[in-house]
Design a binder for this molecule. Structure first.
Ligand code: COA
Length: 283
């Protein structure tokens, strides 16, 4: 579906693009012809990733910023536009998360995560959108959310609250900015291991094994699988999509189905024998 110029003419900023899934998306965008900017708090990380991005031969820029700082985010968009041209693609990927019992959270811990995820996404999206609206240019935003935006989740309360807000922001602006041809979609990734996320969110290997068993496809996602979806949503191939949330999780979100637990009770061959015996007249 993609060609090497699928994203030619796009100047895309990926927040938190120095590592993990942000880096995977940035690399895919560059491979498909985009000029790519990455921002984050660690200039070292950004510099290393920038070297890899340059291999594709398009323009590359980095910017060290904390997305919680509205004014600094505005300065970043001005600077990056000088370097790459008008920024017309944005991926709000920068995030913060950790496991904690909610009764143990300090107000500052809650504010830190909400500040990065919800306020950070507002800061970047509004600074991005208002420049495009002034210029009369179209644009595309992808917000990285989670599969627990609707259900909530134990032990990640600040993230659950913030990501639910980001989903509301996506839908609100998709409607409001539709007339400017600024599209906003979100991606809800399931388990895509990264060093940053796994060190904060996966307590130990035994828990991890139990978790993997609950994923229908019995494996984690490959970073490139998420990057391909992001490239599609960023590109004109999805020009009529806005306000959509696409889940990519190997079916993991379906694990609460009432009888799904039976898959864990015994191997399939044994289950089939049990089902046979439960049939009227079965043995
Ligand atoms: N459990 C409980 N509280 C924690 C915590 C944890 N694992 N990690 C940090 N906090 C608390 C700190 O104690 C502090 O609260 P306090 O001042 O009341 O003590 C507060 O959170 C802010 O921590 P600090 O490290 O000063 O903030 P920061 O803004 O630099 O960091 C975080 C933000 C906490 C989200 C940090 O984990 C981070 O930078 N994450 C970015 C990367 C990331 O999370 N990636 C995974 C994405 S899935």
């Amino acid at each position: 579906m993609f060609t090497k110029d699928t994203l030619t003419g796009k100047n895309i900023l990926v927040t938190g693009g120095g590592s993990g899934l942000g880096k995977a998306m940035a690399l895919k965008f560059a491979e498909l012809g985009a000029n790519v900017a990455i921002c984050g708090r660690s200039q070292d990380k950004l510099d290393k990733t920038a070297e890899e991005l340059k291999a594709f031969g398009n323009k590359v820029a980095t910017y060290s910023v904390d997305v919680r700082d509205y004014e600094a985010v505005g300065e970043m968009f001005d600077k990056l536009s000088e370097e790459l041209g008008e920024i017309n693609g944005l991926v709000n990927n920068a995030a913060g998360n950790f496991l904690s019992a909610s009764e143990d959270l300090s107000p500052n811990a809650f504010n830190s995560v909400v500040g990065i995820v919800l306020n950070g996404t507002f800061n970047c999206t509004q600074q991005f959108g208002k420049r495009l609206i002034d210029a009369g240019s179209p644009g595309s935003v992808i917000n990285i959310v989670t599969t627990y935006t609707e259900t909530g989740s134990a032990f990640v309360l600040p993230s659950a609250c913030a990501k639910a807000g980001v989903l509301a922001m996506t839908n609100s602006l998709a409607y409001e900015w539709g007339e400017y041809n600024i599209r906003l979609n979100s991606i809800a990734p399931g388990p895509f291991p990264t060093k940053g996320a796994w060190s904060r969110l996966m307590p130990d290997p035994k828990v991890e094994e139990r978790y993997k068993a609950l994923i229908p496809l019995k494996r984690y996602g490959e970073h490139v699988e998420l990057a391909n979806l992001a490239a599609f949503l960023m590109s004109d191939l999805s020009a009529y999509m806005t306000g959509e949330n696409v889940v990519i999780d190997g079916g993991e979100r379906l694990k609460s189905g009432q009888f799904n637990f039976i898959t864990q009770a015994a191997p399939r061959s044994q289950l089939k024998k049990m089902f046979q015996m439960m049939k009227p007249g079965g043995k």
